[in-house]
Design a protein around this ligand. Structure first.
Ligand code: AFP
Length: 332
């Protein structure tokens, strides 16, 4: 079998050897460790009592929480808190951010914002789901509790971002502002191995992803754009193929590799947009830009939005650069 570089070794060779960068590698390795726990839980969910189905409560967004949402959330919080490089987290599943209060993590240099299990509606039906994360340097003083200002930074301040896709294989894809690299989890050795070096999103593709059940709830310009995707008069010269998994992370991953566009515009039910700026859009925007793609609300660059609250939602257009530019042109 070919020799693949392990994530740990890759981080070691990539990062400058100052202490800050070592700490960032530690955060990424902790996230990788937590994701291995979640990956195992996802794989055996059908066999274990208490893993499938609804938790019986709602998260802050008023959405039904699944048992695995809560299990994954706890796994990430637990590993990051014990790791000591992170002083606090914010998660899609928790109303407020969490400031870690043990001696080690109080001086942690970073905060992590994450969606522990994206694509909850797909958990019980064995369809790909994922974890999405953003890492920022704290701006609060070291040794003080993490603050809301640490969490509400613009996407341009991200020092790293990534996702873990629990699909036909488990893959971790991340950027720290120096390109995008993907690592496949080898189940035999429980090691993330570099399988997709220096990932580039094709400038255009032939896939479009949208929940078209919402089409009549959108701005008519969105309908015009979707008609364009479906026509022979598009830049491909033949209708694009529609692909919508309903797990953003999986739809994004396909477009990263094959080229395509994902759109979740404002709708009557979700007038601000449906997707979460901090846990979903900013990290994927960072990755898309690092891979040569583009992410926008339709009128603004995602990473330049100054967040005003933790669970802020936005319209999201992401994917191959020329396709996102075309969608934006339709909105003008
Ligand atoms: P969760 O993180 O709550 O599972 O949300 C998933 C998601 O935000 C995103 O993954 C999907 O693309 C989208 O919801 C699907 O939602 P619709 O059912 O509205 O298409």
């Amino acid at each position: 079998m070919a020799h693949f570089t392990a994530l740990k070794d890759f981080l070691y060779t990539q990062q400058p050897k100052d202490q800050n960068e070592n700490d960032l590698s530690k955060v990424l390795l902790d996230l990788a460790e937590a994701s291995k726990i979640v990956s195992k839980d996802v794989c055996r969910a059908g066999l274990v009592d208490g893993f499938l189905g609804a938790q019986g409560g709602q998260n802050i967004q008023g959405e039904e929480q699944q048992k695995l949402d809560v299990i994954a959330d706890n796994a990430f919080i637990d590993v990051l808190e014990k790791g000591g490089a992170v002083c606090g987290i914010a998660s899609e599943e928790n109303e407020d951010f969490v400031s870690f209060d043990n001696d080690k993590s109080r001086s942690g240099k970073y905060v992590v914002l994450f969606d522990p299990l994206d694509g909850s509606s797909n958990i019980d039906v064995n369809v790909s789901i994922g974890t999405i994360f953003s890492i920022y340097k704290r701006i609060s003083p070291s040794n003080q509790p993490a603050s809301i200002d640490d969490m509400l930074q613009k996407g341009t301040a991200q020092v790293a971002a990534g996702y873990v896709l629990y699909g036909s294989s488990t893959m971790l894809v991340y950027t720290s502002g120096n390109g995008v690299n993907g690592f496949t989890l080898d189940p035999n050795t429980d090691t993330f191995c570099l399988s997709h070096a220096d990932m580039k999103m094709p400038v255009k593709g032939r896939y479009y992803a949208m929940n078209e059940g919402n089409i009549n709830e959108c701005n008519p310009k969105i309908i015009d754009y979707i008609r364009y995707c479906q026509s022979r008069n598009n830049d491909y010269g033949s209708p694009y193929s529609g692909r919508y998994i309903g797990s953003l992370v999986a739809d994004f991953h396909r477009n990263l590799i094959k080229g395509g566009i994902y759109i979740y515009p404002c709708t009557i039910n979700a007038p601000e947009g449906r997707l979460r700026l901090l846990y979903e859009c900013n990290p994927l925007a960072f990755i898309s830009e690092q891979a040569g793609g583009m992410s926008s609300t339709g009128t603004a660059r995602i990473m330049e939005i100054k967040p005003e609250k933790l669970h802020e939602r936005v319209a999201f257009f992401t994917g191959s650069k020329s396709m996102v530019e075309k969608a934006i042109a339709f909105l003008k």
